[in-house]
Ligand binder design. Structure first.
Ligand SMILES: *[C@@H]1O[C@H](CO)[C@@H](O)[C@H](O)[C@H]1NC(C)=O
Ligand SMILES: *[C@@H]1O[C@H](CO)[C@@H](O)[C@H](O)[C@H]1NC(C)=O
Ligand SMILES: *[C@@H]1O[C@H](CO)[C@@H](O)[C@H](O)[C@H]1NC(C)=O
Length: 459
């Protein structure tokens, strides 16, 4: 092509070419000439953006928010909800989005589940902006509240709007939260019957407080499309919480053949104590996690290996230690419950166990039983005990020989976790426990797009 004719290329072609570039290259390409620059802010190029609201990128973010916020379709916002300035920036971005009729995906990704609202950005004003976004969107597909307890308080209103305007486009709704005080909180009204309106909902996150037989029944109806993901957060378990029956789960799992159910217990001492009641054989349980529940339910763990032998793929347990020592738990059966799990759960590929005492031979047994299928085995050195020839128990792992033995079983170079790799809250009661679970919980609530991933981030 002759030198000057680039500028004469049809705009559709240029936009098409730009669409294959990364943000950086796109900006670079746009410096070629005026015409190209004018194509840079075409809606087609900016379908998806993740805003990382940080002090040092304030100007750039504001510019991108003002320009692209008006037409992007998918928006994720990563911000620090304890920082007044970032909160205000986030609020501003929501404001721009509320005038964008193309917006389909809104994903809040706060770096903490608890927000320090300010006089200017109150939870009411923030919620109002989300409401306007949903209201003005032509076709809304995904909402995740970033586990915010205070935002959930506004969900009834959003459910009304969503079920009226977006019943045939909404694919995912993530309403599960993390509680400021997991033993003492008010339960927000949420009428599960509203879920009935949605015709293509596939991914749901919900607090256990709202999970009941009716909810499962709605998604067991032969008219409804199958659910793919159900994430349940358990905090407290109220004495009047309706018992969810095995029969409801059975219908649910037979209608939703490929559903993955995740149970997250977060600071939930009560939840762990009630596990025998909560876990029903027919739950298609895929992921089981408990974060800082100060408690382990050996009997329930024992049952899990028989109930979920065909579905369970990951177990993730993290708890604080006691004065720097791993917590002991009493095993009533012959075998350690985790060894049983490794033996019976044919799909178990990820196992994380932090804060509790585990014997060296049990770690070896788990690694041998799962073998090369065990992609992740996270156990801290501090939590492993071994017994020497004189029958005396020592803490800390037994060195290279042990690591090699595990490595041979799992098929990669395995090392136990070192102390510095553990969340601070494992050692320190006062440390922020969120760093151990925030990212994991938000990852459960990300938008799962079937489309090609555009790579426009503001990083
Ligand atoms: C822009 O493209 C030029 C020419 O290929 C290259 O030398 C330069 O490094 C690029 N700049 C950026 C920021 O990628
Ligand atoms: C639960 O349902 C399953 C069928 O999916 C059945 O095999 C099992 O016996 C039931 N268990 C209880 C405790 O009702
Ligand atoms: C986006 O780009 C980055 C760096 O160019 C790359 O590492 C990452 O894998 C890309 N992500 C996707 C989802 O394409």
């Amino acid at each position: 092509m002759a030198g000057h004719s680039w500028a004469l290329m049809p705009s559709v072609l240029i936009v098409e070419i730009l669409s294959y570039l990364s943000l950086k290259d796109m900006l670079n390409a746009s410096s070629v000439c005026k015409t190209w620059r004018s194509y840079l802010f075409q809606a087609k190029l900016w379908t998806r953006m993740t805003f990382f609201l940080r002090r040092n990128r304030r100007q750039k973010n504001k510019f991108l928010a003002d320009v692209c916020g008006r037409f992007i379709r998918e928006c994720a916002i990563n911000f620090d909800p304890h920082d007044g300035d970032e909160l205000r920036e986030c609020f501003h971005l929501l404001h721009v989005l509320s005038e964008n009729r193309n917006i389909q995906v809104l994903q809040l990704h706060p770096r903490s589940c608890h927000t320090e609202w300010t006089d200017f950005v109150t939870s009411d004003r923030f919620a109002c902006k989300i409401e306007s976004i949903i209201q003005s969107s032509r076709k809304f597909k995904h909402l995740s509240l970033g586990c915010s307890e205070e935002l959930l308080a506004h969900c009834e209103k959003w459910m009304d709007i969503l079920s009226r305007l977006h019943y045939n486009s909404l694919e995912s709704l993530h309403l599960a939260t993390v509680k400021e005080d997991s033993e003492n909180y008010g339960i927000v009204d949420l009428d599960v019957n509203k879920f009935q309106a949605f015709t293509c909902l596939k991914h749901i996150s919900i607090d256990y407080d709202h999970l009941n037989n009716r909810f499962l029944q709605i998604f067991s109806d032969s008219c409804s499309k199958p659910i793919e993901t159900l994430n349940i957060h358990i905090h407290g378990v109220g004495p009047d919480h309706e018992k969810v029956t095995n029969a409801s789960w059975r219908l649910f799992s037979s209608h939703n053949k490929n559903v993955e159910v995740t149970i997250n217990l977060i600071h939930s001492y009560t939840g762990v104590s009630n596990l025998l009641d909560i876990l029903k054989p027919s739950i298609p349980l895929t992921h089981f996690r408990q974060f800082f529940c100060s408690n382990i339910n050996v009997a329930a763990l024992g049952l899990m290996s028989s109930y979920y032998s065909q579905t369970l793929t990951s177990v993730h347990i993290v708890d604080g230690m006691e004065d720097g020592l791993p917590v002991m738990y009493e095993v009533t059966a012959n075998e350690d419950p985790f060894v049983m799990m490794a033996w019976r759960c044919m799909k178990l590929t990820h196992f994380t166990f932090i804060g509790y005492h585990i014997a060296e031979e049990d770690v070896i047994a788990i690694a041998r039983l799962r073998g090369k299928l065990l992609k992740q085995l996270h156990i801290p050195t501090t939590c492993i005990s071994w017994t020497d020839f004189d029958g005396i128990e020592h803490m800390g792992n037994n060195g290279n020989e042990f690591d090699t033995m595990i490595s041979d079983s799992v098929g990669y170079r395995w090392k136990p976790l070192r102390d510095h790799q553990l969340p601070d809250a494992v050692f320190d009661d006062w440390a922020d426990a969120e760093q151990a679970y925030n990212e994991i919980l938000l990852h459960d609530q990300r938008y799962k797009s079937a489309l090609k991933v555009d790579n426009g981030t503001t990083q």
